[in-house]
Design a protein around this ligand. Sequence first.
Ligand SMILES: Nc1ncnc2c1ncn2[C@@H]1O[C@H](COP(=O)(O)OP(=O)(O)OP(=O)(O)O)[C@@H](O)[C@H]1O
Ligand SMILES: [Mg+2]
Length: 390
Amino acid sequence: MSEASTSTLEVSGLSKIFVMSEDGIAGGIREASFSLKPGTFFTLLGPSGCGKTTTLRCIAGLERPDRGTIRLGDQVLFDGASGVTVPLNRRNIGMVFQSYAIWPHMTVFENVAFPLRVSKDRKYSKAETTGMVDDALRRVGLDGFQTRSSTRLSGGQQQRVALARAIVRQPKLLLLDEPLSNLDATLRDEMRTELKRLQQQVGITTIYVTHDQTEALEMSDLVAVIDKGNVVQMGPPREIYGRPKSAFVAGFVGATNLVRGKVTRPLNGKGLGAVVLEGGEEIACAFQEMLPAGEDIAVSIRPESMDLQPLGAPARDGFNRLKGTVTLSGFLGNMIRYNVKVGGRTFQINMEPETAFEIGSDVFLEFPGSAALGVPWGISGSQKAAVAHT
Ligand SMILES: Nc1ncnc2c1ncn2[C@@H]1O[C@H](COP(=O)(O)OP(=O)(O)OP(=O)(O)O)[C@@H](O)[C@H]1O
Ligand SMILES: [Mg+2]
């Protein structure tokens, strides 16, 4: 598959809302917009029921959006305003779904050849079919499995067959809906690396759906975090992790300590302001945006950005210092995870495995002001405005 076969995907204002008549609760996706350059690995990340599968199904053509546009390369797949809808079997999009159903009564070869046999775009000759199936199987590491019955495959092998079937027509776009969720932890890890390798090798634009933040961070070029049908933040993994725009994103993407606080001093020239935490301690804090004094916010501090010092250690310039008591320590091999109680709150701190702070000992918990991120609790006013008219 050449790089030229993959295309830019542009999704704009995509909405699909389901209203449950019994309870009146609306699920789905609201006003999703993104533009993916060819070869991008894009991940939709969010909790169960937030609208990830709905978004994929709209792009695949399995669901008719309420409005918006979907464009793949120079082809308009859907345009709510003009009524254009390209049917599913004319979109040439490869898909692997949550339950990756491969057909047990077919051989591996027949499973992978299926999309070629039912293709409405064009007919494939016997020789072409064999060549394309062999190529797809080779790419997923299943060369030689052609005549194997699909019932005699491990979970990981079935997963590869599903993937080979998704790429056999050399699609312009690959949609993967939690394709690894049926596998055990070790296999999932292995397949994650393989999937990424395959995607890079083929260079195909891919949308990956997961509620696993590790998967999202490790695999993606770009991540969209979704909460209750709204894309609340979109950016590269480093940005999503390092500069979350809300308490929800900070808490969902990676472990963090979230503490309530109130702004006491807005930003200074160094990009730091001050916040009084709910326990009364004042700390230096970095804000993503200008927040006025008196604003209620959340402060997010990652466990790896904090460390512990014995009482009596000299104060360090630029570091916040809270006094607390060690309540728990857990050795994890590559680090020690401490719990430290400060007032009524417990902080989690990850430190080098060589450290040894006894349970019950009083310590200083220290972190630079730049590592304490002040974020709004919910989505910000401007984000709300963008999604309010649904
Ligand atoms: N056909 C439908 N009719 C009514 N409601 C639906 C339909 N499909 C999805 N929903 C609702 O829309 C919301 C989003 O569903 P969706 O399947 O997109 O979630 P998801 O993010 O993929 O979740 P999960 O991680 O559990 O797969 C849910 O509240 C779901 O109940
Ligand atoms: Mg889903």
